[in-house]
Design a protein around this ligand. Structure first.
Ligand code: EPZ
Length: 435
């Protein structure tokens, strides 16, 4: 069934409780699958979430002459030994943002790449100038024509690249292009996100020589070839954060397991500031609420280790139930507050000033109404809103949510959430027969 013909139906008011196991990180897995293009040999990639962005990438890699498939629930095998096609222009390539990594991987492997300009969630302009700057520094000639990026190099030779903007995509892409280049590449002002480190660890475990990932300066000494091997993707920081926020918003008691608590520090700190109970274990965090009211807080999104933009819509939804006025400032994307209209239709009182600042009047009671998932994380925010709203919330545009959350409703149902999926024109009277 097409997820754009389905809707989620949620009966709000249940406090989530229990344990939820977090899947592998989608934003890490999409980069690692593409990074496997650099490898002559079989890569077994474990802890891969079964979400639509991954399915699309598997199809894209197969279309390029590689061999990729799920060989277990969360294990993908990729063998690009015989990959020879440098042109990626299908509709799937245009659909997902992570296809931008094909530029660095194909350029690194074949010294040429022709890739359709990537799509993904729409938060305003999504430039790739820093990616191109990096490829050019390594010796590639780049031009963009008819929405296709063309890259070609006789050979790639390492150089220093200073990024003008801290960009996850550019950092990973330059790392991919530099892995098999001659000499040493230095990425200065690099992104430090956990998935940048994960991609470097993957490449190193296949024979690359990358140092400094997780700091501002990454040093890549080119190697002549990578070999196959097995690698396990880190847990999904954003999925974990989404469940932590959902637990707090519903005044529940949820232990989020299979995570790296260090990755959650910026969120944990904000939740504690609001009065939410946060109990940390080695690989889990318990979230509980035992105070009568949650306090207001101000939040600014920042590159890692700051508060992640990918948790901004979920956190803003939580702020609607806090006591007092909170300010949410979006510093990473120019237009990532568009979903606020949907939340206001549910009874929230949020004013957007400029494009980047939301003033959230807390203490509102949300009501269930039909809403749309405007993008992946805004979709997750609608689900959280539905869980705390009075009555029934119906969410459409589920294709966005399905890009990045594995088994979302099943996991929420196991925590007591009253949530199900129906085809769009099917009535969902007072609630879920199916639960
Ligand atoms: C990654 O996107 C994530 N996607 C995004 O998650 C996430 O929001 C973003 O990083 C920031 O953390 C994947 O990992 C697949 P950027 P990416 O390059 O790499 C500007 C989600 O919900 N910029 O770090 O595309 C850009 O406009 C998705 O899972 C340039 O100016 O983001 C933005 O303001 C959505 N020039 C900022 O940098 C460039 O060449 C950060 O973008 C590149 C980026």
């Amino acid at each position: 069934m097409d997820s754009n013909k389905e809707k989620m139906v949620i009966l709000g008011g249940v406090r989530l409780h229990g344990e939820v196991k977090i899947s592998g990180a989608k934003n890490s897995a999409v980069a690692i699958l593409v990074a496997a293009i650099l490898v002559k040999g079989k890569c077994i990639i474990e802890n891969v979430p079964n979400v639509s962005d991954i399915i699309d990438l598997i199809d894209i890699i197969n279309g390029l002459g590689g061999k990729a498939k799920f060989v277990g629930d969360d294990v993908v095998e990729v063998d690009c030994t015989n990959l020879s096609n440098h042109v990626a222009s299908s509709e799937r390539v245009k659909k997902i943002r992570a296809s931008s990594y094909l530029m660095g991987a194909l350029l690194g492997r074949l010294k040429k790449a022709k890739v359709a300009l990537p799509g993904g969630c729409d938060f305003g302009v999504r430039p790739i100038d820093q990616h191109i700057k990096g490829f050019e520094a390594l010796g590639a000639i780049a031009d963009i024509e008819y929405a296709m990026v063309n890259l070609e190099a006789e050979k790639l030779v390492g150089d220093t690249v200073y990024l003008d903007v801290v960009s996850v995509g550019a950092t990973i892409n330059i790392m991919l292009a530099a892995t098999l280049a001659e000499g040493t590449t230095i990425i200065d002002s690099a992104a430090k996100e956990p998935h940048v480190v994960d991609v470097a660890n993957f490449l190193n475990s296949m024979g690359a020589n990358i140092k400094g990932a997780g700091t501002d300066v990454i040093k890549i000494k080119g190697v002549s070839e990578l070999h196959g091997g097995t690698f396990s993707v880190i847990p999904d920081q954003i999925e974990a954060g989404t469940f932590m926020i959902a637990a707090a918003a519903t005044r529940g008691d949820v232990t989020v397991t299979n995570i790296i608590p260090k990755h959650m520090e910026s969120l944990s700190a904000k939740l504690e500031e609001m009065g939410v109970g946060v109990q940390e274990f080695d690989e889990a965090i318990r979230i509980y609420v035992d105070v009568p009211e949650l306090k207001r807080v101000n939040v600014k999104t920042q590159p890692y280790p700051g508060f992640p933009t990918d948790l901004q819509p979920q956190m803003l939804t939580l702020l609607t139930v806090a006591n007092g006025t909170s300010i949410m400032k979006e510093n990473v994307w120019e237009d990532r507050l568009r979903y606020v209209d949907e939340l206001n239709r549910m009874g929230a009182n949020v004013n957007v000033e400029g494009k980047d600042t939301a003033v959230v009047e807390g203490g509102t009671r949300l009501k269930g109404v039909p809403v749309k998932a405007k993008d992946l994380r805004a979709g997750a925010a609608m689900v959280i809103a539905g869980l705390i709203a009075d009555g029934v919330t119906e969410i459409t545009n589920l294709q966005y949510i399905d890009r990045g959350y594995e088994n979302f409703e099943n996991k929420l149902r196991a925590l007591g959430g009253q949530i199900t999926r129906r085809i769009v024109n099917q009535d969902a009277p007072d609630m879920p027969a199916v639960i």
